[in-house]
Design a binder for this molecule. Structure first.
Ligand code: MEV
Length: 309
């Protein structure tokens, strides 16, 4: 019989990362299949987590503080759902690279929450799933805005503003938007970058609030550009957003190199996506995605073409 495997969506942030933590709007789109999880019975004692593709295989020990955030997140989820005393095997199948700013940790949490809810017949609304994933994200990122868990849960093209609950508005995209995702060889240092921005903001709130405000304005303009399919303008706004992210010091050498390659090969806009400090860039390439992807691969990085919708 056809079985639907519980899924969490990955995401790319088109514009607004970091500023979103301070109340600015941000725009994000799902990467369709990011993470699947399955929970099955186990004759052995305790909880066994297996993520073969990431080389993770671990028996969870109660009360232990793990070095890896995955185990701490999982412990929290099991505790919140009242399942920590059950015996089970949890298998996770990731289709996104780890720590690349593509929402890996949030989609992992959402896939596991859905798989547990299904297995133990716990009814959870979308809000409850997202909220629980948010709690587990707080362990990983400290002061997360909630954009990653929201995207991982809803899997829609969204204009997002943080809040309790967050304000989300689905964007109508007239046609799929073709992008190239370029990967650096460095992990995205989301937690480190978020706290770096916080320190800078604390030292000069007026100056940084101004940058966040600027980003908020261009995100709202970009939302209109997306709904009007004005990709030239969207690209321009992405480029300016990259300049402002650079001002926040969350860019990096590899990111700047990838951005430059993408623009030199005809991308309408290119910028980092997610936490920065490493991780991934996105390049808006309605016509020349192959060329941009090839140019990125030619200098030894990885590139993927995908359509946002
Ligand atoms: C991470 O995907 C996005 C950041 O804005 C952090 C957050 O919003 O929680 C950098």
């Amino acid at each position: 019989s056809e079985q639907k495997i519980p899924t969490g969506h990955g995401k790319v942030i088109l514009l607004g990362e970091h500023a979103v933590v301070y109340g600015a709007h941000a725009i994000a789109a799902p990467i369709p299949l990011a993470m699947q999880a399955m929970v099955s019975d186990s004759d052995e004692d305790g909880i066994h987590l297996i993520i073969s593709r990431w080389g993770v295989e671990e028996r969870l020990q109660k009360g232990k503080e793990y070095r890896y955030s995955i185990f701490n997140s999982l412990s929290l989820i099991l505790h919140e759902l009242g399942l920590e005393k059950e015996n089970m095997k949890i298998e996770v199948f990731p289709y996104v690279p780890r720590a690349m700013g593509l929402g890996g940790s949030a989609s992992l949490a959402v896939a596991i929450i859905r798989a547990l809810a299904e297995k133990f017949k716990i009814k959870l609304s979308l809000e409850e799933i997202s909220q629980l994933a948010y709690k587990s994200e707080q362990l990983v990122h400290g002061t997360a805005s909630g954009i990653d868990n929201t995207l991982a849960t809803y899997g829609k093209f969204l204009l997002f503003q943080k809040g309790n609950p967050p304000k989300i508005q689905e964007l109508r995209v007239p046609q799929p938007i073709r992008i190239v995702i370029g990967l650096t060889w460095s992990e995205s240092l989301t937690a480190k970058m978020v706290s770096r921005v916080r320190r800078a903001w604390e030292n000069n709130k007026r100056l940084y609030n101004h940058i966040f405000k600027e980003i908020d304005q261009l995100v709202l303009e970009a939302a209109k550009a997306i709904e009007n399919y004005d990709l030239e303008h969207l690209g321009q706004l992405m480029n300016i957003n990259q300049g402002l992210l650079n001002a926040l010091q969350v860019s990096g050498r590899e990111i700047e190199e990838l951005v430059e390659i993408a623009r030199n090969n005809g991308a309408l806009g290119a910028k980092l996506t997610g936490g920065g400090g490493g991780g991934a860039i996105i390049a808006l390439c309605p016509e020349n995605a192959e060329k941009v992807a090839k140019a990125i691969r030619n200098v030894g990085y990885r590139a993927y073409i995908t359509d946002l919708k």
